[in-house]
Design a protein around this ligand. Structure first.
Ligand code: FAD
Ligand code: SF4
Length: 498
């Protein structure tokens, strides 16, 4: 019980200090290390740096005398200063780098991971049993639903269908710029936030670190209490409309009906089990429709878990994948989060939202920001780094599979069956952003050519040899043969300056 236990900055909830769940003894002293070098290595969004420091310091304040909070340059220095060579325990960290670091220290004993539904060894057994070439999220999700008895009726899925995606891909309602659902929870800042803000200002003044993005009032929960309030508000007022317009984008409604819980889950303030259980309970009590409950459970028990396990299963080399050999650098305006750098309304809008808040929902990430990067052939490692730095919920484990695999197709299809990208028609159908845009989604060549439409055909042309052999892409690739203006389009894309 004297062995100190180290809490990383994304292990902040009570489930990381629970002796009943393999955590440290009730009386074990706790240790937290705030490492400055983490912020020096990358140019993070200011809101992200603020949220992480605020959450760590709030947690330390709650734990009081039980915790030793060390501010150090590096983890190694902090550890030496706090405990010397004494043994410490720590729950499995969330990045390859941190895991390698703690595993190499003889004085650190690594306990199993917390904060996910499926243990590492159970996933490995599941994955090793698959004889198919690819691991599929849908198979994994069904297995999680069965083994965790989530939204099940006996051994059948609730409502008779596993997948209600079809009901959840509706375009936004016509004639409105706002979905009109109750606003998400917003926290109120505390004295700790004031302190964080002045520390960050000082670091910048001293030339020690640099940030991108706006410094705005903290928009995401920093404590378990705030995270629970956010969860409650979502469950009571917003889950009901989560499903139908999950993939839609409206210019006047940044959050739509999304939960905004990713940063709280990833900081360890919420346990995924409590999120999916509450969603199921809302459906069982008749308060929300099945497509909303299922859509939300799929995001957490399906996607979030799958991404976490693939990160470990694919190993350290996965981040280097570059199957499409994309090497273009990111343009300055994109790196600096400057929405004026492009006239594409959808893109400018998404970049502006990232600059202001460090968050967008899934579709701007995947079908606008990520899709553009893929079409332009930007280096997938630089794109991963950009997402990691710019989003409040970005951590190595979640960014690497989502960007390298899902968004950039840099793994050549280990994670998804086909690249997630589209022409402007998809964006036009799913948003209200095309109408005010200076480009036209249906035009592919000339002054009004939509960069997504032209970029889509250009990408297919560039990788025709590869995509032709992908059953889900052959039809799209054949479409190239019907484009009479293909040569002009390719020339136009070669001349493009962004
Ligand atoms: P909701 O739409 O309300 O979904 C509920 C929860 O499901 C989320 O809070 C999140 O915890 C989980 N979830 C859903 N999809 C995923 C997914 N693909 N991977 C992991 N969790 C998922 N999510 C992150 O948490 N951190 C990231 O750094 C991140 N980077 C992304 C980068 C790209 C290019 C893409 C395409 C997706 C990324 N996602 C990331 C996944 C997803 O976009 C966000 O989790 C989601 O938009 C967060 O908003 P929300 O909490 O309102 O989500
Ligand atoms: Fe985006 Fe093209 Fe629509 Fe403009 S026309 S908003 S660039 S998809």
């Amino acid at each position: 019980s004297d062995t100190p236990h180290w809490l990383f900055g994304d292990q902040l909830g009570s489930h990381f200090v629970d002796p009943a769940r393999g955590g440290p003894h009730r009386d074990s002293p706790l240790l937290m290390i705030e490492s400055r070098s983490v912020f020096r290595r990358r140019r993070f969004h200011r809101a992200k740096a603020h949220l992480i420091l605020s959450a760590m310091r709030h947690r330390a304040a709650e734990l009081g005398d039980r915790v030793r909070y060390v501010k150090a340059d590096t983890y190694r220095q902090g550890l030496r200063e706090a405990v010397g060579d004494t043994e410490v325990t720590v729950h499995h960290p969330t990045s390859h780098a941190a895991h390698a670091f703690v595993s190499a220290l003889p004085s650190v004993r690594v306990l199993p991971a917390r904060g996910f539904l499926v243990p590492h060894d159970a996933f490995r057994t599941w994955a090793d049993e698959r004889t198919t070439e690819h691991l599929r999220q849908e198979d994994f999700y069904r297995w999680v639903r069965r083994t965790h008895d989530l939204l099940m009726e006996g051994d059948r899925p609730a409502g008779g269908r596993w997948n209600l995606d079809h009901d959840n891909r509706q375009p936004p309602p016509r004639g409105v710029t706002d979905l009109g659902v109750p606003a998400p929870y917003r926290p109120r800042e505390s004295d700790i936030d004031d302190e964080v803000r002045s520390d960050l200002d000082r670091w910048v003044r001293d030339g020690d670190v640099e940030f991108v993005g706006d410094d705005a009032p903290r928009g995401f929960p920093a404590t378990r209490r705030e995270a629970l309030a956010a969860l409650r508000r979502f469950m009571e007022h917003r889950l009901v409309t989560f499903g139908a317009h999950e993939d839609a984008v409206l210019s006047g409604d940044a959050t739509m009906s999304h939960s905004l819980l990713s940063s709280s889950l990833n900081l360890g303030l919420l346990d995924p089990a409590e999120c999916v259980e509450r969603a199921e309970a809302r459906w069982r009590s008749g308060d929300v429709p099945l497509n909303s409950a299922e859509g939300f459970v799929r995001q957490i028990a399906g996607w979030r878990e799958f991404v976490w396990h693939l990160y470990w299963y694919f190993g350290t080399g996965y981040r280097e994948s570059n199957a499409l050999r994309h090497h273009e650098p990111l343009p300055d305006w994109f790196r600096e989060l400057s929405p004026d750098g492009t006239e594409a309304n959808c893109l400018s809008h998404a970049v502006e939202q990232v600059r202001a808040t460090g968050w967008t929902h899934h579709i701007p990430r995947l079908m606008i920001l990520g899709s553009f990067a893929l079409q332009r052939g930007w280096d997938p490692r630089a794109v991963t780094d950009w997402f990691h730095r710019s989003f409040v919920d970005g951590y190595d484990w979640v960014m690497v599979p989502n960007v390298v695999g899902m968004s950039q197709y840099a793994d050549g299809g280990r994670m998804t069956t086909k690249p997630y990208t589209s022409g402007g028609a998809y964006i036009d159908r799913m948003s209200d952003l095309c109408r005010p845009c200076r480009y036209k989604p249906s035009v592919r060549v000339g002054e009004d050519a939509c960069p997504f439409t032209a970029g889509y055909w250009n990408l297919l042309h560039r990788h025709r040899d590869r995509f032709e052999h992908n059953a889900r892409m052959t039809r799209a690739v054949r479409g190239l043969d019907r484009l009479r203006d293909l040569d002009a389009l390719l020339q136009q894309e070669r001349d493009r300056s962004d």
